[in-house]
Design a binder for this molecule. Structure first.
Ligand code: HEM
Length: 435
């Protein structure tokens, strides 16, 4: 587990990794301002350290560099902004490396509470747009992590085109999600060449990161779709209390945790497959709409039967407490199983899925309402696994007749390979391009 630091200025590591490319600097100036003073990024230093009235967690930071990317085994933060990007049609392999280098530089700074560049939001030339948009000043880093992923289309398009000479590096394990029973997928809000998961304890910090990384990619990659999430729906550390999802259920207690390194090695980090991907993981995103109003009309007992856990404590219906293992063999006086075999917990439990486990890291979302006055709400489900097919097997077992499925509709999907962590002086995914 990464050790958090309470001093955002303790690591100035972002400032050590070279700086932005010329194209990156131009992008920050709006893309059209060719011929402008490129030296602006190297002018007066500003540090977006915590302001006097910042929230208590504003100073919390996690290291950017390490063997694995942060934002996976990091204690799940409260807020998320997830974004997927399509690369420009004229993007080249060198251009892609340059973009990843620029994102690495910026991410190494943002996660430490620093601005996008040394001149940042307030220190540049007053005749130029600033390098940083400024809204995270005084409230960053707030535990910000930025986790970058590669879509399958980066290696090979759906028409089989190898745009960047990467097709030979495509891991055999990199499969897409199959169509499942309750899929109502909006393809415009699915997939993408690249993704960034920004998590922080302050929503503005997460949004600032995606906004500024998008701006940095101007002319090179375009935002394809994005999702805001509030309220984590899982614990990824034993030190965290169990949160609740929008069905009011305690969620995420039976999750893989940072304190279980052997299980993370077995289920989350890529160990089989190409050497360049070792230490990475697969991020599977599923935007699951929940029919909140119908759920709210269900009797408490039915809500619990559908889940397989009691609603208040989150204890399995076979007895015990929140963290007691469910006993699927336990029967009531009438001889019926105490946990319905079609309940969610029964359908997705490792003992009914060849022992498969995953690290769940999803967020609640509410995106307004529909014309009938129903909330457009649900759970932006994110899981990290070492092979998408293993995730799909569990999801399939759930989708076929889990009692829960009646109240859920999957409307968006994405599978991304999260390359291993970055060493100081390297760029994200460097192993892939140099393998
Ligand atoms: C809106 C959608 C969903 C909701 C509201 C939901 C809710 C829950 C709840 C309340 C639990 C019990 C608490 C816990 O064990 O952490 C749980 C467990 C779990 N869910 Fe979901 N879930 C959803 C979708 C999914 C999906 C799409 C999958 C992936 C196939 C999934 C996989 C799991 C797993 C693996 C567990 C842990 C089971 C165990 O080890 O006991 N869930 N979920």
């Amino acid at each position: 587990m990464q050790e958090p630091s309470e001093d955002p200025t303790a690591s100035e590591s972002g400032a050590r990794t070279g700086g932005l490319s010329r194209r990156g600097v131009l992008a920050l100036f709006g893309g059209g301002a060719a011929g402008i003073a490129v030296g602006a990024a190297a002018t007066s230093a500003i540090i977006a350290a915590t302001g006097a009235d910042a929230a208590p967690s504003a100073g919390l930071s996690y290291p950017f560099y390490g063997p694995h990317q942060a934002g996976i085994a990091t204690p799940a933060q409260d807020r998320m902004h997830f974004a997927a990007f399509d690369l420009a049609a004229d993007m080249t392999r060198d251009g892609l490396v340059e973009l990843l280098s620029d994102w690495t530089y910026a991410a190494s700074r943002l996660t430490q509470g620093l601005g996008m560049s040394v001149s940042g939001a307030f220190g540049g030339d007053s005749l130029m747009p600033p390098d940083d948009t400024g809204e995270a000043e005084g409230i960053a880093p707030a535990g910000l992590t930025l986790t970058f992923g590669f879509g399958r289309s980066l290696f090979e398009t759906s028409e089989g085109v190898d745009r960047f000479g990467l097709a030979a590096k495509l891991p055999n394990d990199f499969s897409d999600m199959p169509k499942l029973v309750n899929d109502f997928i909006d393809r415009e809000h699915s997939g993408g060449d690249l993704c960034i998961q920004a998590c922080a304890n302050d929503p503005q910090v997460a949004v600032h990161a995606i906004r500024n990384l998008t701006r940095l990619a101007f002319g090179r990659a375009q935002l394809r779709w994005s999702q805001l999430g509030f309220g984590r729906t899982s614990s990824t550390s034993t030190e965290q209390s169990t949160p609740r999802n929008l069905f009011g259920q305690k969620d995420g207690m039976a999750n893989l945790k940072a304190e279980q390194p052997e299980l993370l090695d077995e289920h989350v980090w890529i160990t089989d497959g190409p050497a360049w991907a070792a230490g990475g993981s697969y991020l599977v995103a599923r935007r699951v709409n929940m029919t909140i109003e119908i759920w709210d009309s269900l009797q408490l007992g039915e809500q619990e039967r559908v889940t397989g856990r009691d609603k208040h404590e989150g204890a399995p219906l076979s007895g015990g407490e929140e963290f007691t293992e469910p006993d699927f063999t336990a029967r009531g006086e009438d001889g019926a199983p105490l946990i319905d075999e079609r309940s969610h917990v029964a359908r997705v439990h490792p003992s009914n899925n060849d022992g498969i486990q995953m690290l769940r890291r999803g967020y609640n979302f509410v995106d307004g309402n529909d014309a009938q006055g129903r909330l457009n709400a649900g759970l932006f489900f994110i899981a990290f696994v070492n092979a998408p097919e293993r995730f799909a097997r569990v999801h399939k077992n759930m989708a076929r007749d889990d009692l829960f499925v009646e109240y859920l509709k999957t409307t968006g999907t994405g599978v991304f390979l999260v390359p291993p962590g970055v060493a100081d002086g390297q760029y994200l995914g460097q192993q892939l391009f140099e393998a």
